[in-house]
Design a protein around this ligand. Structure first.
Ligand code: 5AD
Ligand code: SF4
Length: 459
C-alpha cells in the first residue's frame, strides 16, 4: 500500500492563493452518505488552504463544489438538477468555477454528459482524487482547459494529512478505509470508489486522539465495509486501540457486512463501554434466493445467528439495517420472506430503498425487473410493518433517563428545542437552549414515536 503525503498540495494551494489574491469564496453542496460528508470536510479544508473562505450560499461563491452520490438514480437526478441551476450563476459571474466531485464524477457516462451538456461545469474530481483539487483549480485559474477525467489510478494508495474543515466540534467522521471489494450485484460503489484499502492503524488512532483532545465526544469510523479493515491489526483490535484513548467519548462505526462479523468483534462490542450500543448491519432481503442473486454471500440463518450473538454480548444493543425492495425477480413470496425477517429480527430502524438499476452493475441487466408500481406498493407495506416495530422498540425507552449528546437547536415560540442522539443512536428532542449544542444532557423520555423520542431535561 502506498501512503502518500503529497507536498505538491501546498505548492498548488499557494499558487491559487497568489492568483485570486486570497479573496475568493467557496460553497460545497453534499449528497449521499457519511463518506461523502467526510470527503466534503476535506474539500473544504483544501479550499481554505487555497485562500478561499466559506460562502453562506452558492450565489456568493467563486468556487462551487458539488459532492455527488451515485447509489440510486434519484440521487443522481437531484444532483444534476442542482448543477443545472448554476448555469445562471456562471452567466452573471463568468469567473465562477463549478466542480463536480464524488461518486458521479467517477462514472464515465456521467462525466461525458457533464463535459458535453453542462458547459458551465469546469471540472470533475473522482473520490480518490480529492487531493488534486488545488492542482486542478490552479490549472483552470491560470487559463487551462476544462478538465474531465475519471479516477486516474495514479494514486491507488491513501493520501494522509489532508487539511479538514470540520463542521462540528463535538462529533466527527473518521474514514478508516476506502473502496469496496464485495461487488453486491446491485451496487455501483465498487466501480466508483475502487478496491478496498485501509489506513494505517497508528494514523487512525492518532487522528482520534487529536479529536478527543479537541473536545470531540462522538467519533464515527467510516468505511464501505469496516469489518474488512485490514492493516497490521484487525478491526476489533482497532476499536480496542481507540477505546483506550482517555476521555469521555463514544465510538460508532459503519457500515458492516454480514459475511464477515467475527466473534472477536462481537466480544469487543460486548466488553467496551466506549463503543456505542448500536450496530448497523444491512440485511437487504429476507429471501435467501434473492440474497444469492444479490451476491451477498450471506443467508438469513447466518444473519440471525450474528444478531443473536450480538444481543447476547451487549444486551439492549440497537440494531439497524438496510433493505432493498423490488430487486430483479423478487416475487411476492420473496417479499413475504423480507416481511417475516423484519418481524423476527426486530430492527430498531431500517433504511429502505426501492431498487434502482445502476448502469454497469450485473443486476441492471438481469431479467425480471420488477415494475415500479409493484415496488412502490411493497415499499408501503414494508414501511407500515417496520413503523410498528420501531415504535414498540422506542417505547422501551419511555420513562428512562439517559445522556443525550446535543447536535442542534431550533427556536420555537416561547423557547427552543434541542435535538441529539443517545448512545443507542436514537434521535431525541427536548426543550433546551442553543448553548447546549455539543454538550451531553440527561434526558428523561416522556413519549416515543416510530422515528424519534421526546423527553425532558433532568436537572
Ligand atoms: N438500488 C437501491 N438501493 C441501493 N443500495 C445500494 N445500491 C442500491 C440500488 N442500486 C442501498 C443498499 C445499501 C445502501 C447504502 O443503499 O441497501 O446498503
Ligand atoms: Fe456514498 Fe455510495 Fe453514494 Fe458514493 S454511491 S456517495 S459511496 S452511498
Amino acid at each position: 500500500m502506498d501512503f502518500v503525503n503529497d507536498e505538491n498540495i501546498n505548492r498548488y494551494a499557494d499558487f491559487v492563493k497568489s492568483l485570486n489574491g486570497g479573496g475568493g469564496k467557496f460553497y460545497i453542496m453534499t449528497f449521499g452518505c457519511q463518506q461523502n460528508e467526510a470527503d466534503s470536510e476535506k474539500l473544504a479544508g483544501l479550499a481554505l488552504l487555497m485562500g478561499y473562505s466559506a460562502a453562506d450560499n452558492p450565489e456568493d461563491a467563486d468556487l462551487i463544489l458539488v459532492n455527488t452520490c451515485a447509489i440510486r438514480e434519484h440521487a443522481e437526478l437531484k444532483a444534476l438538477s442542482k448543477i443545472g441551476g448554476f448555469k445562471k450563476l456562471k452567466k452573471s459571474n463568468p469567473e465562477l468555477i463549478v466542480g463536480v466531485c464524488g461518486c458521479m464524477a467517477n462514472e464515465s457516462h456521467v462525466v461525458e454528459k457533464l463535459k458535453n451538456s453542462y458547459p458551465y461545469v469546469s471540472f470533475t474530481l473522482a473520490p480518490g482524487d480529492i487531493h488534486r483539487l488545488p492542482e486542478i483549480v490552479a490549472g483552470i485559474l491560470s487559463g487551462g482547459k476544462r478538465r474531465f477525467e475519471t479516477e486516474s489510478d495514479v494514486h491507488p494508495g491513501i493520501i494522509e494529512g489532508l487539511p479538514v474543515m470540520r463542521k462540528e466540534r463535538h462529533r466527527a467522521w473518521v474514514s478508516i478505509m476506502y473502496g469496496c471489494n464485495n461487488f453486491c450485484s446491485y451496487c455501483i460503489v465498487p466501480y466508483v470508489r475502487g478496491r478496498e484499502r485501509s489506513r494505517r492503524s497508528e494514523d487512525i488512532i492518532r487522528e482520534c486522539r487529536d479529536l478527543v483532545q479537541d473536545g470531540c465526544r462522538d467519533i464515527t469510523l467510516l468505511g464501505q465495509n469496516v469489518n474488512s479493515y485490514s492493516s497490521d491489526i484487525s478491526f476489533a483490535e482497532l476499536l480496542l486501540g481507540i477505546a483506550k484513548i482517555d476521555g469521555d467519548f463514544r465510538i460508532r462505526f459503519m457500515t458492516s457486512h454480514p459475511k464477515d462479523v467475527p466473534d472477536e468483534l462481537i466480544d469487543v462490542i460486548g466488553a467496551e463501554e466506549k463503543i456505542a450500543p448500536h450496530f448497523h448491519l444491512p440485511l437487504q432481503s429476507g429471501s435467501d434466493r434473492v440474497l444469492s442473486l444479490m451476491n451477498r454471500r450471506s443467508t438469513m440463518e447466518r444473519y440471525s445467528g450474528i444478531l443473536e450473538k450480538l444481543r447476547r454480548s451487549r444486551p439492549g444493543i440497537a440494531v439497524t439495517s438496510d433493505i432493498i425492495v423490488g430487486f430483479p425477480t423478487e416475487s411476492e413470496e420473496d417479499f413475504d420472506a423480507t416481511l417475516r425477517a423484519l418481524s423476527e429480527l426486530r430492527f430498531d430502524m431500517i433504511y429502505s430503498f426501492i431498487y434502482s438499476p445502476r448502469k454497469g452493475t450485473p443486476a441492471a441487466v438481469m431479467d425480471g425487473q420488477v415494475p415500479y408500481p409493484v415496488k412502490k406498493e411493497r415499499m408501503s407495506r414494508l414501511l407500515e410493518l417496520q413503523g410498528a416495530i420501531s415504535l414498540e422498540k422506542n417505547k422501551l425507552f419511555e420513562g428512562r433517563k439517559d445522556p443525550v449528546l446535543v447536535d442542534s437547536f431550533e427556536t420555537r415560540e416561547g423557547g427552543g428545542i434541542c435535538s441529539g442522539r443517545n448512545a443507542w443512536g436514537k434521535l431525541v428532542h427536548f426543550e433546551g437552549t442553543s448553548e447546549m449544542i455539543g454538550t451531553s444532557r440527561d434526558v428523561r423520555i416522556d413519549r416515543a414515536g416510530p422515528f424519534e423520542l421526546y423527553g425532558t431535561i433532568v436537572k
